[in-house]
Design a protein. Structure first.
Length: 317
């Protein structure tokens, strides 16, 4: 349970302090910036601002059997790996918010010797597990880390920026440690997804751990000062979540329930008898992605200072 005196926030995109109420769910209050239309949580519990909450969550969720079984399955990061390898064929990779290290583990397994990887996180138990699987890690606040002048060919934020109080600072830090022709990968939930439109506050991913609720337009505005967009896509679709959340009527989904759903969907993806169903699912996901209604937004970026001042619109992945 989150506690402590809530912290007031300015808009994480434009820094304005002029917002109107947007949505309420339990203790969570979302507001919409009147200047740039970014939706964000305000106020927020201090444990989420400091990251202390995620250190405590390590063993109960990140290291739960269902979560680990899913994360370390070869199908878990298939989309992310496909897009990552398309835009970064090798080199030094930093995964910010790496949790148990599963993405980096899968990357090395699929491309042995091509990548020199490093993960960072604030969750100590999750990092302990990552190290046990051979993933080198750095512990603590990414914003305060000293990389000794090292530069990276890629920095990844897989489902991270929605959790942090100051996402712009994370992107600025990433830009400062990327090679001139490096790539930054950002995956966040899509506030204009079909699931969000159908469910609203009943959607399980409208919850206290998510501080920022991005659309394509607000994410572009956040990225603009330091990055240029190389590629963009709307991706992922989970009809089971829509069905479950519709029936639950917005009741909270526990961490064990989240982990169990991950385990079950991962098993279905690997079941050969369900191949025809997977084809239909991929068609549905592709159709939703084409019109920007899939569950997530995925952006591939390059440092803006290296490619001129014009902010490109990018192209679909």
């Amino acid at each position: 349970m989150l506690s402590g005196n809530p912290i007031q926030r300015a808009c994480p995109v434009c820094a304005a302090r002029d917002a109107a109420p947007c949505l309420a769910k339990g203790a969570l209050r979302l507001v919409r910036c009147r200047r740039c239309f970014m939706v964000y949580a305000d106020p927020v519990p201090p444990e989420l601002v400091s990251g202390a909450y995620y250190d405590g969550l390590g063993e109960s969720y990140y290291l739960s059997p269902g979560k680990l079984e899913s994360d370390y399955s070869p199908v878990r990061f298939e989309r992310e790996l496909r897009w990552f390898r398309r835009h970064c064929a090798g080199g030094r990779v930093l995964d910010v918010g790496c949790s148990s290290g599963a993405f980096l583990f899968q990357l090395q397994a699929r491309s042995p010797g091509a990548y020199d990887v490093l993960g960072t996180d604030v969750s100590g138990p999750a990092l302990d597990y990552a190290e046990s699987r051979g993933i080198p890690v750095r512990r603590g606040d990414f914003l305060a880390m000293d990389f000794g002048g090292a530069r990276f060919d890629a920095v990844t934020f897989w489902a991270v920026l929605e959790h942090v109080a100051e996402p712009r600072r994370f992107l600025e830090r990433a830009a400062s440690i990327l090679e001139p022709d490096g790539r930054c990968f950002v995956l966040v939930p899509n506030f204009r997804s079909l699931a969000m439109r159908l469910l609203g506050a009943r959607y399980r991913y409208v919850y206290e751990q998510h501080l920022n609720y991005f659309t394509r337009a607000t994410l572009l505005r956040l990225l603009q000062p330091r990055f240029r967009l190389v590629a963009a896509h709307s991706t992922h679709f989970n009809p089971i979540v829509i069905w479950q959340d519709w029936r639950r009527g917005g009741r909270p989904v526990s961490n064990p329930q989240r982990a169990e759903l991950l385990r079950r969907t991962t098993a279905w993806k690997q079941n050969r008898l369900l191949t025809p169903v997977r084809w239909l699912y991929r068609l549905a996901e592709s159709a939703l992605g084409a019109v920007g209604l899939a569950d997530n937004l995925l952006f591939v970026l390059r440092p803006r200072s290296q490619v001129g001042d014009e902010f490109g619109a990018g192209r679909p992945v």
